[in-house]
Write a protein that binds this ligand. Structure first.
Ligand code: GBH
Length: 451
């Protein structure tokens, strides 16, 4: 790092890229429109008991029709970038086969409207809404191949205007939460071997996707993924605890980011999984570890680690009931993860460029004097921003940040009950209203520093 050059006024570099993020199923609605095919989340959310309040994404924020209004919200914020995802089943309603021109037209309109507003789209190709027609879903290796075909096809269509693609969002969520824990689509509880195979198909989809994008996109197109690495932070900033946190980060992410960055499943993982280890075909690991232009991280909650004399060399420190949390019980507050997470990834694997593909919080949105005063969210963001700033000031290659989320939306198994937006959405009227956090973020962007 170049600590001597660090600014002392809470500022970020002039070329730091500020953005907001959303995902297709969480905002678009219009699930039966213009030839969109059914997805695993349509089926899951319409299965009684799976999503809070029986909510589903049929309408969501109606962004399919209101995208121009949403882009106007972004313009008012002053963001330079927007991370959005494409609904695979709008493009290939059956997951593969004949493309649906109306789906392609929709994303062309969104991209063109963004560019006209001076906002650069960063496109995620898979944010969990899997075409239901693909037999066996992620349990079937063929789904990884179908993903690559779709990813390459859309990169070919958009790369004259879109310069940054992320293959998949949060491998751990759509594999483990969908197939081990069962709280996300398709709601399965497979055994260890089954889960590991799904994980392998997920990472393979990413890797084959990278190759397909490179083959079909314009030269210079930047490719990465949005990973929810589990971040282990040292309890104290001393060499032994930092080394322990690094070891934990590498080992606990063995099936995802470690495999992608190192091109193999490390011995610790293979030993731990034994006979349940994934079945790997020749060439898979080379595909999975295809070189990336950037790594993007979704950062919410830390795990804490300290050095230990035992065989692992570290022990993790569990969250307790008194750990501060935002409105979602899982969202334990730990602003230090915004520094240590990317630093650990940098030290372990040295990616050229890092982005924060998501960071944000669910919070209560009290109305005070006619304004939505989400002070909790502002305080959360401000604390995390301080740690991102330290990371940048020390010379780690963090180039941009996407706040989750532009607006309240369909929060998966929590339905509409948990709000992550910096714009409030009244789902009865679809009116969007900036919260205090939107006004605060606009000022951060305008001044390029933490205010
Ligand atoms: C990300 O998930 C997603 O990419 C985004 O779509 C989502 O809206 C956003 O962040 C906010 O959640 O109920 O305790 O078993 C973050 C990962 C996935 C973590 C769901 C919490 C439920 C944990 N989240 N998970 S629990």
């Amino acid at each position: 790092g170049s600590a001597k050059a660090a600014p002392i006024d809470l500022s970020f570099p002039k070329d730091f890229r500020w953005g907001v993020a959303t995902a297709a199923y969480q905002i678009e609605g219009a699930v039966h429109e213009d030839g969109r095919g059914q997805t695993n989340w349509d089926v899951f959310s319409h299965t009684p008991g799976k999503v809070a309040n029986g909510d589903n994404g049929d309408v969501a924020c109606d962004s399919y029709h209101r995208y121009a209004d949403d882009i106007q919200l972004m313009k008012n914020l002053g963001v330079g970038t927007y991370r959005m995802s494409l609904a695979w089943s709008r493009i290939f309603p059956e997951g593969r086969g004949k493309p649906n021109q109306k789906g392609i037209d929709y994303y062309n309109r969104v991209v063109d409207t963004l560019l006209a507003a001076g906002i650069e789209p960063y496109v995620t190709l898979f944010h969990w809404d899997l075409p239901q027609a693909l037999p066996g879903g992620w349990q079937n290796r063929d789904t990884a191949l179908a993903f690559a075909d779709y990813a390459g096809f859309m990169a070919g269509k958009l790369s004259d205007r879109v310069h940054n693609f992320m293959t998949v969002n949060e491998l751990r969520c759509f594999t483990d939460l969908g197939h081990q824990v069962g709280i996300h689509a398709p709601g399965l509880k497979l055994d260890a071997a089954g889960v590991n195979q799904v994980r392998h198909h997920g990472t393979l989809a990413h890797g084959l996707g990278v190759q397909a994008i490179r083959a079909q996109a314009k030269p210079g197109t930047q490719v990465g993924l949005a990973d929810n690495t589990v971040f282990y932070c040292p309890v104290m900033e001393t060499p032994e605890h930092i080394a322990a946190a690094k070891k934990a980060t590498r080992e606990k992410n063995a099936m995802f980011l470690t495999a992608i960055m190192e091109g193999r499943y490390i011995d610790e993982y293979l030993t731990e999984q034994g006979a349940a280890a994934p079945k790997v075909q020749a060439g898979d690991m080379a595909a999975i570890s295809s070189p990336l232009d950037f790594v993007a991280l979704n950062i919410y909650t830390p795990e804490w680690v300290r050095a230990d004399d035992g065989p692992a060399g570290y022990v993790t420190i569990p969250h307790i009931a008194s750990s501060p949390r935002m409105a979602s019980p899982w969202l334990v507050v730990g602003p230090e993860v915004a520094y240590w997470g990317p630093r650990m990834v940098s030290e372990l694997w040295g990616p050229k460029t890092l982005y924060i593909s998501e960071n944000g919080a669910s919070a209560d949105d009290p109305v005070i004097n006619g304004h939505i005063d989400d002070v909790d969210r502002v305080m959360y963001l401000r604390n995390y921003f301080g740690n991102f700033r330290r990371l940048v000031a020390e010379g780690y290659p963090l180039k941009g940040y996407f706040l989750w989320s532009l607006m309240d939306n369909f929060e998966w198994a929590d339905g509409y009950g948990k709000r992550f937006g910096i714009h409030y959405v009244d789902f009865a009227t679809q009116v969007r209203t900036p919260k205090l956090s939107a006004l605060w973020y606009r000022e951060v962007i305008r001044q390029g520093r933490i205010v």
